[in-house]
Write a protein that binds this ligand. Structure first.
Ligand code: HEC
Ligand code: HEC
Length: 338
């Protein structure tokens, strides 16, 4: 995607924005994981609860496999290459050069995967966008948002990745080696708090939802001032044109704030149901491919987490937006190299 070239250029000039106040980050570890780990044997000393939490984050809340697991001929995740690296994301520079970026092999293989990386190196890639040899990553990898994760949750992801069976799948090198410098991470103070008073019985639930939404939803559901530059005066107001793989169409995200142009008419249960089934309220239209809802992805979030997310989105400041429709963005589609 051409966007990321511009992100990179912007990032070169923007000083890395330090995460001012990720105040709610610590709540992440308190949610209960919905599934128990089935991802392999793992080292005996590893904390089973942390591994289970990591699996839940990787498979469900953050859906890392959307990018890091290739799909088979039917467009379904190829389970034989679970987290073993993807096909390409191709985009054109303003000069017309096609750049291909590949989401790497995250399995425990010591050569092709991250089996040989220290915990700190894996964490640096996930939250700072810097790899094991200090090379900056293209921000299609959502590290600017993952930077808002609690340290417990980042550790849980690393613990889980250690248990993922090694795969020798070879991921080709990017055609442009790197973006020059990592993109700025998201400033946590830009993520709105619930408008509920602290005394409200739903306040704690809404603030837990804020944490989940800041690492898992704000990336796709916030409009951009320029490609790659999120407009944090309109968090969750939709309008970002996005796709997670070269083989799915571009979709424009919808407004999740409680405005008439957003989810004003939706109850907390409606929001949960939409994510569970990946369908639109009322019409039951399947949501565009880009929204990672439904079974095997965000659809398997715990009822508690879905309620927290719905309660939060229900009580953030309403923002008016255009009404977005999912579908192809012609200019981006034209710029796509394949
Ligand atoms: C929207 C797509 C996308 C999602 C979602 C995503 N990644 Fe990535 N990731 C990438 C791409 C693309 C790269 C390679 C970037 C580059 O080469 O500059 C990458 C690189 C990485 C790397 C560096 C690997 C290496 O060998 O250099 C790690 C580690 C990583 N991702 C972990 C994760 C984890 C863990 C998650 C989920 C919590 C995740 N990613 C979610 C696209 C994604
Ligand atoms: C990879 C990008 C992406 C991520 C991540 C993402 N969404 Fe979405 N979401 C979309 C797109 C695109 C649509 C519009 C789909 C459509 O209209 O078919 C959408 C639609 C929705 C809808 C349906 C709204 C409507 O008006 O029909 C809800 C609810 C929703 N998202 C909630 C969430 C929540 C909550 C999260 C985080 C837990 C999240 N999304 C994360 C891309 C994303």
């Amino acid at each position: 995607m051409k966007n990321f070239i511009r992100v990179a250029l912007l990032a070169t000039f923007a000083s890395s924005v330090a995460m001012a106040a990720c105040s709610s980050g610590g709540t992440g570890g308190t949610s209960t994981a919905g599934t128990s780990g089935t991802g392999g044997s793992g080292g005996g000393t590893m904390n089973a609860a942390s591994v289970a939490r990591g699996k839940y984050l990787v498979d469900n809340l953050l859906a890392c496999g959307e990018c890091h697991t290739p799909v088979d001929a039917n467009g379904k995740p190829d389970k034989t290459k679970y987290l073993a690296g993807s096909r390409s994301y191709d985009f054109k520079t303003s000069m017309g050069d096609i750049v291909s970026v590949y989401a790497e092999n995250l399995t425990s293989d010591k050569v092709e995967g991250v089996g040989d990386w220290s915990d700190d190196l894996v964490k640096g890639a996930i939250t700072k966008g810097i790899d094991d040899v200090q090379v900056p990553l293209w921000p299609i990898m959502p590290y600017p948002e993952y930077a808002l994760m609690s340290s417990q949750d980042v550790q849980a992801i690393v613990d889980y990745l250690r248990t993922v069976a090694p795969s020798k799948n070879v991921v080709p090198p990017d055609t442009y080696p790197n973006p020059g410098s990592p993109a700025a991470t998201v400033n946590g103070s830009k993520i709105p708090h619930t408008t509920l008073p602290k005394t409200d019985p739903d306040y704690a639930s809404a603030e837990r939802g804020r944490y989940l939404a800041s690492i898992a939803c704000v990336n796709c559901h916030t409009p951009e001032l320029a490609p790659g530059l999120p407009d944090f005066t309109k968090p969750f107001a939709g309008g970002r044109t996005y796709r997670s793989r070269s083989d799915v169409g571009f979709s424009t995200s919808t407004n999740l704030t409680p405005d008439a142009t957003g989810l004003a008419g939706w109850s907390v249960a409606d929001i949960a149901e939409s994510i569970k089934t990946n369908t639109e309220k009322g019409t039951k239209r399947p949501l565009c491919d880009t929204m990672p809802g439904g079974p095997g992805r965000m659809g398997d979030l715990t009822d508690g987490d879905l309620t927290d997310l719905g309660t939060y989105l229900h009580t953030i400041p309403a923002i008016k937006s255009a009404v977005y429709q999912c579908g192809m963005d012609a200019s981006d589609a034209g710029a796509d190299g394949g």
